[in-house]
Design a binder for this molecule. Sequence first.
Ligand code: B12
Ligand code: SF4
Length: 500
Amino acid sequence: MNSKKEVILIYPGKHIESKPQQGLASIVHRYLPKHPIRPPLSLLPIAAYLRQAGFLPTIVDCRVTEYRHIDYSQAIFVGISTMTIGNMISHGLAVAEFVRQQSPATPIVWGGIHPTLTAESTIQQDLVDVVVRGEGEETSVELANAFLSKNPLHSIKGITFIEKGEPLHTPDRLFINMNDIPPIPYDLLNKSNYPAAQENFIYQSSRGCPHNCIFCYNKPYNRRRYRTRSAKNVLKDIALIQKEFSPRILQFFDDEFFTNKKRVIEICTGMIEQKMNMQWMAGCRLDYIDSYGDEFLGLIARSGCTSLGVGGESGSERILSYINKGVSLSQMKGAVAKLRKYDIEALLSFVVGLPGETWRDIKKTLQFIDKLKSIHPKVIVNSINVLVPLPGAPIFEEVQKLGYHPPQTLEEWAQFSWADKNHTPWHTPKYSRKLETLYTISRFLFIANHPLLQRAHPCIRFFIKQLSALGAFRMKRGWLFFPIEWDLFKLFQKVVVDYF
Ligand code: B12
Ligand code: SF4
């Protein structure tokens, strides 16, 4: 056997230091606070498995490390993680190209949500040697062993590669038992690169969700199977995070943290008994919250829960039923009232632009947001998103019959823009433009109140305050025509190079 041991795992993304060097953008950048870069969550458990199997994993987080300074020639393979949007694919391709030039013999393996859900097309790209579908922990170890001993890949479950010019998909792999994940090797990260981790730290305690909303990736990706780490292990993980990073807030980045209520009770009780003294936030469905009694809500509040991210989605019953949310307007109002009682913030997101939706539905949503805010002053709208159909979501197939033409190749997905393009061709351009304005205003209002911006230069804060007041007024009235100030803002935002 070969003595190579290293596996290099790449988290693509624009380097924080790649700020504009000249012009207006460079001046504005000087007065904006630094990006809150979060640790590369998708790669840490893979690194834990590799290390446990005797390999030497290295994590290259391109947002904080210069990938061109790394020697890839000694790696057993280079793994690249990517979601569908947010520039990860284009940056991933740039890294892969660099690796291929520097070390043509090093295999390049792609994993993550996007390669999993588009394995057939992703594998066609020359810079992709293997696609890992689904969870990457066990597969990465088996791949490292196979590459090292030059064994064929056919017996490795959950991968796609090219054989005789055609994609070959090996059978799906069973989900791992999350309790088998070894302690997360945070020592692989240079902590000074993640100063925001002391404020807010992200952590995943479960995977999957049993529900089936039509815009969500969960059904094909997690096959509606909910898997958890036990409360005992979660408490151990939190203790490790406290030791390593001492965050003020712990953010559970699960698909659905609350699906197993008994586990949540055990976690919260443990946090209180062990005097963890830390705020925490998570995602929860509004129908779940509405069904909870005082004892449970009191417990989560006492254990430090200060904010819950919830999908409000729409203020129109018709749309709620179309998207298969399984939550009613009265449940949402009931939930928000309960959160008020326990002083827990409700961080809501909505979605607009669905097929069959009319402006009447949007108005209902805007009025409903006002109603929720009148029930609970800590109702915060995270965003009113315009639907962007992504691979895997049940709606993805349906909207293609309505004129939606998604990218077909990895290179095309690399060019796919989240906000700049109209992704709702079933609506008129005028309607879609109003949706875009609605999204921009909602995001702006959210960011304007973000604590991070309180640290920006006073001139920037003044500008934000004026635009916020105008945006709030427009949104309240539903006046989304002639959004000249928002067009100017978007232009400005482009200059500042997608800071937000
Ligand atoms: C954490 C998270 C973020 C964080 C990422 C922080 C970080 N540094 O990790 C932040 C807040 C930045 C974020 C932003 C966005 N996110 Co996000 N996010 C998530 C979330 C909640 C968890 C993802 C995660 O890390 N899970 C834990 C890991 C362990 O699981 P995993 O990613 O599935 O990885 C496993 C496998 O995929 C595989 N794998 C992954 N990478 C690799 C690499 C190799 C080499 C191998 C072998 C295997 C492999 O193995 C891993 C372990 O089993 C998911 C929802 C969810 N619960 O999964 C949404 C989710 C991934 N995000 C999503 C979206 C849309 C976004 C944004 C575009 C939102 C926006 N409008 O801006 C941005 C884009 C970010 C960007 N990079 O540009 C969508 C992605 C949809 C899609 N088809 O890609 C999701 C699924 C939410 C949803 N329900 O729609 N997000
Ligand atoms: S949107 Fe939320 S509730 Fe719906 S399927 Fe996805 S994770 Fe589950």
